[in-house]
Structure formats: C-alpha cells, structure tokens
Design a protein around this ligand. Sequence first.
Ligand SMILES: NC(=O)c1ccc[n+]([C@@H]2O[C@H](COP(=O)([O-])OP(=O)(O)OC[C@H]3O[C@@H](n4cnc5c(N)ncnc54)[C@H](O)[C@@H]3O)[C@@H](O)[C@H]2O)c1
Length: 400
Amino acid sequence: MTDLKVVMMGLGYIGLPTAALIASRGIKVQGIDVNQSVVDTINEGKIHIVEPALDGLVKHVVERGLLKASTTVDTADVYLIAVPTPFKGDHEPDLKYVESATRMILPNLKSGDLFIIESTSPVGTTDKMAKIIFEERPELKGKINIAYCPERVLPGKVIYELEHNDRVIGGLDEQSTKAAQDFYRHFVKGELHATNAKTAEMCKLVENSSRDVSIAFANELSMICDKARINVWELIKLANKHPRVNILQPGTGVGGHCIAVDPWFIVSEFEKEAIIIRNAREINNYKTEWVIEKIKSTALQFELDNNKKPTIALMGMAFKPDIDDLRESPSLQVADTLLDEGKFDLLLVEPNLEESNKYDLTDYEAINEKADIVAYLVAHKEFRGFTTEAIELDFCGVRK
Ligand SMILES: NC(=O)c1ccc[n+]([C@@H]2O[C@H](COP(=O)([O-])OP(=O)(O)OC[C@H]3O[C@@H](n4cnc5c(N)ncnc54)[C@H](O)[C@@H]3O)[C@@H](O)[C@H]2O)c1
C-alpha cells in the first residue's frame, strides 16, 4: 500500500485496464474521461469495452474505492495520458486529444509530480507537451518529471500483457526516466528499459511499422503468386523451411487502430526518407482494393456462366482472427464498397458478434444453402472446418 495518487486521462482500451491494474496494487486512481457515460458505467463497477478479465478487475477496485471515474481532474502525484492519437487530413497525426488532456491537468501540477504520455505519439510530442506545461507554469521548470512510455499490449490479453511485457521508458531527462521507472515497478513485472523520450516515441512507431512492412511483403507476394498461378500459402510454407526466413501470412489488408495508423506518423514527418514504410502502407491498403476487384470479377464470371446474379458471403468482419473488434477493419471496406455499388446480393458473416447496429449479419452455418461465392476475409477458427459447394475465394489462408 502506498499513498501515491494517480490520475489516468482517457478510460478506453488502454487507459481503463491500466488504471484498474494500478488500483489493484492498492494505489488510489482517479480515471478521467470526457465521455460522461463511460464515467458513469465505470463508477457502477462495469465496463464499456470488450476485454477478458477486465470486468472483474474493475468491479473489484471500484467497490474498494481504489478506482473512481470523473470528468474533472483532482490533484495527484502521477498523471498518465492514454487518449486517442488518430490522424487527420493527409495522414497528419492529430494531437488535439493529448494537448487537451495536458491542458486539463496543467492547473493541478505541483513540484515533484510525474507526467507520463502513453498514447502512441509522433516523435517530439513529449517535448511539445513539456513546452505547453512550462509556458503556462514556468515556475515548475526543473521541478516536475516528464516521460514517455508506450503501450504494446494485445487486445484480448491486455491485463496479462500490461503486467508482463517489457516496457520502454524515455524521460526528458535522466531523473524523469528514473522517476517513471520507479512508478511502473509498482505494477509491471516485465523489464523497464530506460532511454530518452524521442527514442521511446520512435520505438513504438517502429514496432508497428516493422509489422506493417512484413505484412506488406506477404500481401505483395500473394498478388504476384495469383498472377503466376502459384499457391502462395504453399510457397510461404516452403520458403519458411529456410532457417533464416520467416514470411508472414497475407490477408485482406491491414486493420486495427495501431498497425494501419502508426506508420503514417513516421511518413508524415520523414517524407523523403520513409520510402519502405510508405510503400508498405500503400501495398497493404491496395491489397484490400485488389480483394474487392477479385470478388467482383468472380461474381461477373458467375453471372456469365449461370445467367443469374450470385449471392456472395463475406466471411469475417473483424480486423483479425477470433476477435469482435471492427476498428479500421479491411473487411468493412470490402463490405461497404460492394454494398454501395448495390449490384450484389451480399451475406455478411461475423461469428464473434451477435449483432451489429450497422450491418445485417448472417449466421455462418446458414451460408451453405444461400451462397454461390464464399469469400474468406478473416481466418476465424469457425471457418476452418467449414465445407461448402460454393466457389471459394480464400484471402486469408483459412482453407490452406
Ligand atoms: N488499443 C490498443 O490496443 C492500443 C495499443 C497500443 C497503443 N494504443 C494507443 O493508446 C492510446 C489510447 O488508445 P485506446 O485504444 O485506449 O483509445 P480509446 O478510444 O479506446 O479510448 C480513449 C478514451 O479517451 C477519452 N478522451 C478523449 N479525450 C480526452 C481528454 N481530453 N481527457 C480524458 N479523456 C479523453 C475518450 O473519450 C476515450 O474513452 C492511443 O494513442 C492508441 O494509439 C492503443
């Protein structure tokens, strides 16, 4: 038990589990969100997001008075920022949420406090927020600790990974790095690697860009192999028998709110230098358009051969296998494009969702009697044993 007080700005997929985990160590946490219904839900001991084991943890810490949510910030010793960092316009990072959260904290800051940004951020963001703080509160110069510490958790395993993953911690100076390390030791069992703020910011962006580039290679191969009439899944399996080759699996594109977004934070700032990173983003985006064209040309051929329009099943709406998260999912782009064209009879299938407020979903077990073309967009486990008489288009390797 410590008498440390923590404020967590933003109670979403990252902020809420982090706040709850810190509170579970007996530390008083005030969770701040600008969304009143999020605040009300949490104060009832409930959660507004899907994440295994989080509901029990939140209930536990709220009932013990260790986590309390609010829309207004109280005084604390440690302030953490986990608000969204989307991009705007031509893939420019949008820092308005980080800046507004920083400004909400500003009046409460006092000597000795620790200010940490966890939101995925372009290089130099921590420095920018420090400038804002010291412009408004010049008397705090040299008296507070400011650091950047990115998140690298996997949705679905957030609680475990928050506790066990290694973390990279970069302060604006050595004392800040040390203060942040001391803080994370309260709840992180993984190693806490010290660096400076800029390197820590870039580290997060590079981790996701590295994944994006590797996936782009696999996606490019899938399009080359299609033209060359080579089975890409067999090819990758064979190439990976080489002891130093590890090619990833191709798919419908790249989705989610990290890998499809973060590389742009590098590209927008290092336009001339970030050639592979930009190309990878473009290849992965192009792969989704390629998938749409494949489905359309298969539908056209079906119509010519059978003199009737085919019914097309789109299998999997989530952005990756075995989750219900639709954010930035390439499957939605496929579905929306084909729906907008209005020329196709579509069945949308997502076994991880019972219902959707936007899409009319069909049970995958009913597909067999209804579909003429079955397009696998996401390799959900339910699709692995699926058998059908329909024409199959496997974009995710579920039938390999
Ligand atoms: N979700 C992930 O798996 C993941 C993984 C690694 C990094 N990240 C990064 O973590 C950050 C947060 O992502 P998330 O998925 O938790 O977002 P989220 O959208 O789930 O949650 C963000 C919350 O912040 C709130 N908010 C917005 N402005 C605020 C303000 N000024 N003060 C207080 N609250 C405010 C929103 O209402 C929302 O509830 C982003 O930078 C994201 O890129 C996310």
